[in-house]
Design a protein around this ligand. Structure first.
Ligand SMILES: Nc1ncnc2c1ncn2[C@@H]1O[C@H](COP(=O)(O)OP(=O)(O)OP(=O)(O)O)[C@@H](O)[C@H]1O
Ligand SMILES: O=P(O)(O)OC[C@H]1O[C@H](OP(=O)(O)OP(=O)(O)O)[C@H](O)[C@@H]1O
Ligand SMILES: [Mg+2]
Length: 370
């Protein structure tokens, strides 16, 4: 006997952006004066988010793991709300949250190209993955190695479409047809999608991939052209909040500046060493002969003062050389600097490199003026 569900009509509570709502909405959020930042409450993105904010000296004070509201001491007038990633995006669209840090995949799937969502920083450097098709390595798929091969398979017709299981139905319905997959039938599941082809409940899957281990362990493979989007942690904002909510743009700017300056510094080391030379220009010429020692704009050369002999005044016999080098070039740069310094080379990690104005800030202002 088919289950009968009593459908209860639930009156929609107007949100803070609803023009019809004269009074405050359910949470009084239309009259709220604080700016709200939504962060992942659990899972692999939660840890990466909190670690990055801590590295930017924006530690979230969350004494109890089950506490869903917190704050960041350095950012007054900002409330932190811990939510599931998809709910962060939903609540941004409803006007109950102003900013969020989530995976880009969640913004793309649950934001559904809503123009109110603005990606303020698109590469936070954690949660890297991509949304890709996975098909069996065996059977009729054995020699299929690309999306065009898959689309060309004669098996797929309007009466017998290619069955794809995914948690990303919005992106699947928008992007798969553009890849030439005409006859597809989408189904959803909450997880462990890789089991579906072996179980016979789907022919292929569309899911997030990072190491590829789960696909391989379930005899599935990716195919050329099968990646729909790439994803990593992003800082996303509601355009309306940035334009209408007092303080939202200022706090966004500070977060963006700190994130951008820190992420840029993470890839750099500061090298310093002392060397003999006739003048700062002479030392700079020696250093700049080495390609790996050109730094961000160039080496900083400063005189080292000493009192070689009692009674004589201070003298300059050495010059300190300071340069930023990319982590990948560290060892070669140390060797080159050592050759010309002759003395030890000090290496320091960098916390921030602040640009005059972060490029993403100019982009955001341009977006807000559209
Ligand atoms: N290999 C991966 N699989 C799934 N998500 C990944 C992967 N790599 C990075 N991510 C990021 O992590 C997010 C999902 O994290 P996680 O799976 O912990 O949470 P969730 O899927 O929402 O929770 P749950 O899995 O309990 O339903 C994705 O939205 C994506 O941005
Ligand atoms: O490429 P890999 O590194 O193997 O990661 C990909 C797997 O990780 C995620 O699953 P998750 O761990 O979130 O479990 P779930 O499928 O139950 O969500 C995703 O749904 C894939 O199944
Ligand atoms: Mg998951």
């Amino acid at each position: 006997m088919a289950a009968v569900f009593n459908v209860v009509q639930v009156e929609r509570v107007p949100g803070p952006w609803d023009v019809s709502s004269s009074s405050s909405s359910s949470s009084g959020s239309s009259s709220r004066t604080t700016v709200r930042l939504g962060l992942p409450s659990k899972g692999r993105m939660a840890e990466g988010t909190l670690n990055l904010l801590k590295e930017c000296h924006l530690s979230v004070c969350k004494p109890n793991p089950r506490q869903y509201v917190a704050d960041i001491t350095e950012l007054q007038n900002l409330e932190v709300w811990f939510q599931r990633e998809s709910d962060v995006v939903r609540k941004m669209l409803a006007g109950d949250i102003d900013l969020g840090i989530v995976g880009y995949d969640v913004v793309a799937e649950h934001g559904q190209d809503n123009e109110d969502l603005v990606v303020v920083h698109d590469q936070l450097g954690f949660g890297e993955c991509h949304l890709g098709l996975g098909i069996p390595k065996y059977g009729i798929f054995e020699n299929v190695s690309s999306v065009s091969d898959l689309a060309a398979m004669p098996q797929w017709t309007s009466s017998r479409p290619l069955r794809i299981v995914t948690g990303f139905t919005y992106l699947a319905s928008r992007l798969l047809k553009a890849k030439g997959l005409e006859h597809i039938q989408l189904s959803t599941a909450d997880g462990a999608l890789e089991a579906a082809p072996a179980m016979g409940t789907a022919d292929a899957i569309l899911d997030l991939v990072s190491s590829g281990t789960t696909l391989r362990e379930n005899n599935l493979k990716e195919i050329e052209g099968g990646t729909l989007i790439k994803s990593q942690g992003v800082l996303v904002a509601s355009k309306r909040a940035l334009l209408k909510r007092k303080g939202a743009l200022d706090v966004t700017r500070e977060m963006l500046e700190r994130l951008e300056a820190h992420l840029r510094a993470k890839s750099q080391f500061l090298l310093t060493g002392n060397m003999r030379g006739e003048s700062q220009e002479h030392v700079a010429e020696l250093v700049l002969r080495h390609t790996r020692l050109s730094g961000l704009q160039g080496p900083t050369i400063s005189p080292v003062y000493s009192l070689p002999d009692a009674g004589d005044g201070v003298k300059v016999q050495y010059y300190a050389v300071a340069i930023c080098v990319h982590k990948r070039q560290l060892y070669d740069a140390v060797n080159e600097l050592r050759k010309i310094c002759g003395s030890g080379v000090l290496v320091s990690p960098l916390t921030y490199i602040f640009d005059e104005e972060p490029p993403r800030w100019r982009q955001l202002l341009a977006t807000l003026q559209e």
